[in-house]
Write a protein that binds this ligand. Structure first.
Ligand SMILES: Nc1nc2c(ncn2[C@@H]2O[C@H](COP(=O)(O)OP(=O)(O)OP(=O)(O)O)[C@@H](O)[C@H]2O)c(=O)[nH]1
Ligand SMILES: [K+]
Ligand SMILES: [Mg+2]
Length: 359
């Protein structure tokens, strides 16, 4: 505590002065980095072969260093063949394939390898990252023989362009205003941010009037993310490939890392488990339909993204169904009673059963 005392503190909280400098520095850095995200006018950023149509129920992007086995994986999991070879940068465009799993069509995108400096435009880094931003889940494929280096480098690249892996959006209410200064509130005790620091950061962004409410103990970085606003919160599976080349001890160690799965495309090892994990990370919602007086049809689920409403279900069944909709009966975890009468805006949950009644 004698060390702490020597650091000057602001009068309203216990955040050391050095934290202010760091907080502000990060605000400045984030501003410069934001420019990286703006679409470049140069033709290099457009890139041919990268504008693949979204299709199916979800999109998964394969990113990783060259020659980690991305194309080998795509060719194994889908009916699409993507050229694989021992030399780096075999793949030069975006190659889509489809994984059929539990009645869902999952679009899997094979991409060129990326390297350090990708975010700044090295190789096809910018295009690859732009595609990754459009995915529902990213698979970061890693060469198990290369240890931890690749993972740390790529995390840094994605972080620098506002992609947040396996993190949820900070629970901060932020609203710029026309006047009235900055009103600051929090519902929890803050240990990393204070009113003063929040004000300094906002001033850095030339924001002088705003409403800020911290609903969790966020860091200055997380607050900056909220101000900048164009962050992507992306589930990511770290997939260590080529485990046929490493020791049993190393396999054991990598498999226990968070969000990680170990595989061997070469020996077709653990691919089923990877699919199970992928399904979990996609967190899709399966809805079963039921006709009046009949049993639910459990053979043919309607697959939707999280946060889907009854209206989404209607659109999936028929384009004009929502306009003829009277009410629906829903059985499942989304309702208090089973069945419960609900309207178009009711939010569906995984494995709910629905019966739609038309006008
Ligand atoms: N030993 C071993 N080799 C593998 C495995 N999976 C892929 N490979 C080999 O790794 C090399 C690179 O595979 P690719 O699928 O071309 O890798 P990529 O990530 O698509 O490479 P780029 O398109 O160049 O970025 C090929 O020679 C594959 O045969 C595996 O599980 N074990
Ligand atoms: K390759
Ligand atoms: Mg490839």
């Amino acid at each position: 505590s004698s060390v702490l005392l020597k650091i000057s503190h602001c009068c309203i909280c216990v955040i050391p002065a050095t934290e202010y400098h760091l907080g502000l520095l990060k605000a400045k850095l984030a501003k410069y980095r934001a420019q990286l995200l703006e679409p470049s006018k140069s033709s290099a950023a457009k890139g041919e072969g990268f504008d693949v149509m979204k299709s199916g129920d979800a999109r998964v992007a394969l990113i990783g260093f060259p020659s980690v086995g991305k194309s080998t994986f795509l060719s194994l999991m889908t009916s699409t063949a993507s050229e694989a070879a021992s030399y780096e940068f075999t793949t030069l465009t975006c190659i889509p394939g489809v994984i059929e799993y539990k009645g869902a069509n999952i679009q899997l995108l094979d991409l060129p390898g990326i390297i350090e400096g990708a975010a700044q435009g090295k190789g096809r880094g910018r295009q690859v990252i732009a595609v990754a931003r459009t995915a529902d889940v990213v698979i970061m494929m890693l060469d198990a023989t290369k240890g931890e280096v690749q993972r740390a480098l790529l995390e840094k690249e994605l972080e620098s362009v506002g992609i947040r892996l396996n993190k949820s959006k900070p629970n901060i209410y932020f609203k710029p205003k026309k006047g009235g200064g900055i009103s600051f509130n929090s519902t929890v005790t803050l240990t990393q941010c204070s009113e003063k620091l929040v004000q300094l950061i906002l001033h850095e962004y030339k924001i002088f009037n705003a409403e800020v409410l911290f609903r969790e103990d966020c860091s200055p970085d997380e607050f900056i993310d909220v101000i900048v606003g164009n962050r992507v919160y992306m589930p990511c599976l770290y997939v260590y490939n080529k485990i046929d080349q490493i020791s049993m001890e190393e396999v054991d160690r990598l498999a226990r890392r968070p969000h990680s799965v170990v595989i061997s495309c070469g020996m077709k090892l653990n691919l089923d488990y990877l699919l199970e994990k992928l399904w979990e990370y996609l967190a899709l919602t399966c809805i079963y339909t039921k006709k009046r007086g009949q049993r639910p049809d459990f053979t043919d689920a309607i697959i939707l993204r999280k946060g889907a409403s009854v209206e989404h279900v209607c659109h999936r069944i028929h384009r004009s169904l929502a306009s003829q909709f009277k009410y629906a009966l829903v059985w499942g975890t989304s309702t208090k009673y089973s069945p419960q009468r609900v309207g178009l805006t009711h939010m569906m949950e995984h494995e709910d059963v629905i019966q739609i009644v038309k006008k």
